[in-house]
Design a binder for this molecule. Structure first.
Ligand code: HEC
Ligand SMILES: [Cu+2]
Length: 484
């Protein structure tokens, strides 16, 4: 099948038998329809579901205008016993609400950002054909909403995620989910369908360290995950929260990987996948033990359950399963089938072990930094740092983004107090501030820069865009740091 095209159903073409009088079941593959031309007639509100559940199948319905209303909610949640985390969510859950569409639907997507939220967000759906997957049209400040439209051209299971700077941080905090685009006529019927999504989390404390754990950018950049979990937290799908099926049923799992970093080696202990949609696309593989799901990718697996018992879903990169949380359960009830399997079943063989033993890398001896740059050299080096570190939020021109990131260009706030500006870069900033008459109440993440880098970047900022020309030296940065 060619991309963006699908076979026309013979039934839809009343005149077809006139041309193919011999056999109307046989459709010439050259007769393909551009899915962009599938007409929509009615409008309906999309059913959205929280994981592990999915909305009702599309079945035989015609393509429609589908209204999707999704709200972004930043909220504290439980990572594991005694550990909480500030999640950023699409619809209040990690992963976000499941969206179910069919090829040819015209999705009218309204993204709202809850007024109590701190940050602007947006959405990039991999099912969208268009710039940024929607991200460029959906950037929305707290208390506002944005609407954009797209037509689903290709069937498949697709990831969506936030794409607001710092992108990795928004994804790491839980901003991802799945959108299913069913083919004409829908996917074949199965008995049970579930929605599962893996994600890796990076916290200041190590695995299990109690309390509210902040996001750790350094660990995220270095891909040293503390938690690797299904559906947002440890134990989201174990014990009483396990997914279920009965002997003889066929189970279909929509499995995504939000990342931000890790590839999943998805496996169900004690089962073999009868079918796997390769990379979530149209090709199907059979009799598969473990399937790879890349970060930002998804797949559909199906298997019939022949015997009762607890089947363990894991990322087979196995420390993640037993020590970092990537372990879920499918509980199957029904009659034994002693031909397929017999043996005494002892419970608790496969259970989470938690408490990863991790030795933190030592600080290491830091070589004394020699820094006798001229002001011009400092500005030059600072520009590089700015383009790597500050640019994503404050923009190349220093103008910032309305309602989200304050300007550094001609900023009265910046020019009024140098020590305060140093402090903001060193420690981060949250809470209400007023810059050039406009109020901002957001979060600037702490920037992990050396004293010399902070000096250079601020010197660049102070000597750009009509600011007051201050030279910030490493000694000034050290002083602000030690004052804390
Ligand atoms: C993740 C986005 C982000 C990044 C990256 C970022 N900032 Fe900010 N910055 C903000 C936000 C948001 C605020 C306002 C915080 C508040 O509302 O309390 C801010 C405020 C400021 C302020 C004070 C307000 C003003 O406009 O004068 C300065 C100075 C500043 N940032 C400098 C920097 C520098 C220098 C860098 C790079 C080293 C940087 N920021 C990187 C988001 C960011
Ligand atoms: Cu976001």
């Amino acid at each position: 099948m060619k991309s963006k095209k699908m076979k026309l159903l013979a039934a839809q073409l009343i005149w077809l038998p006139l041309f193919f009088s011999c056999n109307s079941n046989k459709v010439d593959s050259s007769l393909e329809l551009d899915t962009a031309l599938i007409p929509v007639t009615k409008t309906m509100e999309a059913e959205l579901t929280a994981p592990p559940f999915v909305p009702a199948p599309v079945g035989n319905r015609a393509a429609m205008t589908l209204k999707v209303n999704m709200e972004i909610i930043e909220k504290e949640g439980t990572m594991t016993d005694g550990v909480t985390y500030n999640y950023w969510t699409f619809g209040g859950t990690v992963p976000g609400s499941f969206i179910r569409t069919r090829v040819g639907d015209e999705v009218e997507f309204t993204l709202s950002n809850h007024p109590d939220n701190k940050l602007p967000h947006n959405i990039d759906l991999h099912a969208v054909t268009g710039p940024g997957g929607g991200a460029t049209s959906s950037f929305v400040a707290p208390g506002h909403h944005k609407m954009f439209k797209f037509k689903t051209l290709q069937p498949g299971i697709y990831v969506y995620h936030c794409a607001t700077a710092p992108v990795g941080m928004h994804i790491a905090n839980g901003m991802y989910g799945l959108i299913l685009v069913e083919p004409e006529g829908g996917l074949p019927k199965v008995d049970k369908e579930y929605y599962i999504m893996q994600g890796d989390f990076y916290t200041e404390g190590k695995y299990g360290e109690p309390g509210l754990q902040a996001f750790d950018m350094t660990k995220a950049v270095e891909e040293r995950a503390d938690y690797v979990v299904f559906n947002g937290h440890v134990g989201a799908l174990t014990g009483d929260n396990a997914i279920t099926a009965k002997v003889g049923e066929t189970v279909r799992l929509y499995v995504g990987n939000g990342g931000p970093n890790l590839t999943s080696s998805f496996h169900v202990i004690g089962e073999i996948f009868d079918k796997v949609k390769i990379e979530g696309g149209s090709e199907e593989n059979h009799d598969v033990q473990t399937t790879l799901i890349p970060a930002g990718g998804a797949t559909i697996v199906e298997f019939k359950v022949e015997v009762p018992g607890t089947f363990i879903l894991v990322d087979h990169a196995i420390f993640r399963a037993f020590n970092k949380g990537a372990l879920a359960m499918l509980k199957v009830e029904g009659k034994d089938n002693l031909i397929v399997y017999s043996g005494m079943v002892q419970e608790g063989i496969y259970h989470p072990e938690g408490g990863t033993i991790q030795s933190m890398p030592g600080e290491g001896a830091q070589a004394a930094v020699v820094d006798n740059k001229t002001k011009a050299e400092r500005i030059e080096s600072g520009q590089q740092i700015y383009m790597n570190t500050c640019f994503a939020c404050h923009q190349a021109s220093g103008e910032g983004v309305p309602n989200a990131f304050p300007p550094l260009a001609k900023s009265d706030y910046l020019n009024a107090d140098i020590k305060r500006a140093i402090g903001i870069v060193v420690h981060g900033k949250t809470g209400k501030i007023t810059v050039n008459g406009k109020a901002y109440n957001s979060v600037m993440t702490r920037q992990t820069l050396t004293d010399v880098e902070v000096a250079d970047v601020l010197t660049y900022v102070y000597n750009s865009w009509d600011n007051n020309g201050t030279e910030v030296t490493p000694a000034m940065v050290t002083e602000v740091k030690s004052a804390h």
